[in-house]
Design a protein around this ligand. Structure first.
Ligand code: SAH
Ligand code: SF4
Length: 389
């Protein structure tokens, strides 16, 4: 009888984990640094090519370990050069990753879960239901793969043949893809450590943003363990509406969320929190809502990012008109709140915020889906009543 050996995927191991593994083999800790550099800076997946490692060590690595990112199912490039990858994470689950190039930076938007339990009615991921948490290797694998892919295509398109500085292709990472990162905290923390490690990706804390729907106790853990830039998906300025738009609000209502933001700010690498606010026609976009939002903004040092709703099939919701978005922004700006309106990117390849659904079999049962649709319609009715009363 043969005993099947388990292969350890090194892609998801930060230096502490690598040192531990190497120590169990009697190898020196500095090997962990070398390995980290090979894997993450040089994107090397074949131990045989890690030429400054002793031959016997490479052999042992080959025998017991692998370097494996989720496999790519497709890659689409939008007319505005936004790029979207679909990764297979097994069991009929797929996740999406989006790269948004801008003049002064390149932002990678990554996923932390296949599906999401929070079930916000305006979010395509939320409509899918939840499949599972991603592992560290699956989270960091998105960055690992995207970086290589972008470098390869940049090298092809540059006429002078000069390679783009690899450290600059992806300058920012945001956890704004599929899933609620703070409900997969251990894996997200492992991935964050690799992103910030100078021997891996060396990203600045200020350029890595975790976006959360407001998991209050885990916001405190993140503040303690690895403070990075924080975005909070607010979407409503009062509990009655937020209970419906972000159902997690029933567990962690606004006053708790605001207090958690204030605590986070004492250690945050930036002196503000970004409040995300999806603009839904006649749901949360009235001037009265804007005034309520001003009151919240007065309590927390923040910037407000208004996101015009990106529609997806069966959401039952509509994007606020441009006039309403601008009028809403003006109320905030007049009250001295720094407010931006998010530009929609990659819409022709369904890569915009909230459109990421990992284009595979729908995991949600039909009845649940109908319920979600019904509640989306109810939402609008409730909001309209609120405005009129
Ligand atoms: N779960 C986390 C991070 C992923 S969602 C969170 O909710 O913050 C990333 C951002 O996209 C959130 O602000 C979310 O509210 C927003 N979003 C979701 N669906 C959207 C849609 N259909 N249109 C515009 N923004 C959307
Ligand atoms: Fe989950 Fe965020 Fe989508 Fe809400 S908006 S369902 S928290 S991914």
């Amino acid at each position: 009888m043969t005993v099947e050996q388990q292969t350890t995927n090194l892609l998801g191991m930060d230096q502490t984990a690598l040192v531990k593994l190497l120590d169990s083999w009697g190898d020196k800790p500095f090997r962990a640094k070398q390995l980290t550099r090979w894997i993450h800076q040089r994107s090397e997946a074949d131990f045989a090519n890690m030429t400054d490692l002793a031959l016997a060590f490479r052999e042992r690595l080959r025998e017991h370990c692998c370097i494996e990112a989720p496999s790519v199912l497709s890659c689409h490039v939008a007319s505005d050069h936004t790029r979207k990858w679909l990764f297979d994470v097994g069991g009929n689950n797929a996740i999406e990753t989006v790269f948004i190039p801008e003049d002064d930076r390149g932002t990678l938007c990554i996923s932390s879960q296949a599906g999401c339990t929070v079930a916000c009615p305006f979010c395509s991921t939320g409509h899918q239901g939840f499949s599972r948490n991603l592992t560290v290797a699956e989270i960091i694998g998105q960055l690992w793969w995207a970086r290589q892919d972008l470098l390869a295509s940049n090298a092809k398109t540059r006429l002078d043949g000069e390679l783009t500085d690899p450290s600059r292709v992806i300058s920012n990472v945001v956890f704004m893809g599929m899933g609620e990162p703070l409900l997969n905290y251990d894996a997200v923390l492992g991935a964050l450590r690799l992103m910030l490690d100078d021997h891996a990706y060396g990203l600045s804390r200020r350029r890595v943003t975790v976006s959360t729907s407001g998991v209050v106790p885990i916001m405190d853990r993140l503040a303690r363990d690895c403070p990075v830039a924080l975005a909070v998906s607010l979407h409503a300025p009062n509990d009655a509406l937020r209970d419906r738009l972000v159902p997690l609000n029933k567990k962690y209502p606004l006053h708790e969320l605001i207090a958690a933001c204030q605590r986070y700010l004492t250690v945050a690498p930036r002196d503000f929190i970004t409040f995300e606010y999806v603009m839904l026609q006649e749901v949360n976009d009235t001037l009265a809502h804007a005034k309520e939002l001003c009151a919240i903004a007065a309590e927390v040092s923040c910037k407000v990012n208004l996101i015009p709703f990106n529609p997806f099939p069966d959401s039952g919701l509509q994007r606020s008109s441009s006039n309403r978005v601008h009028a809403f922004a003006r109320v905030l700006q007049d009250a001295g709140v720094v407010t931006t309106i998010r530009k929609t990117r990659g819409q022709d390849i369904d890569a915009a915020c909230g459109q990421l659904a990992g284009d595979i079999k729908d995991r949600t049962k039909l009845t649940q889906r109908r319920l979600a649709q019904a509640s989306a319609h109810q939402l609008r009715d409730i909001a309209v009543t609120e405005v009129r009363s």
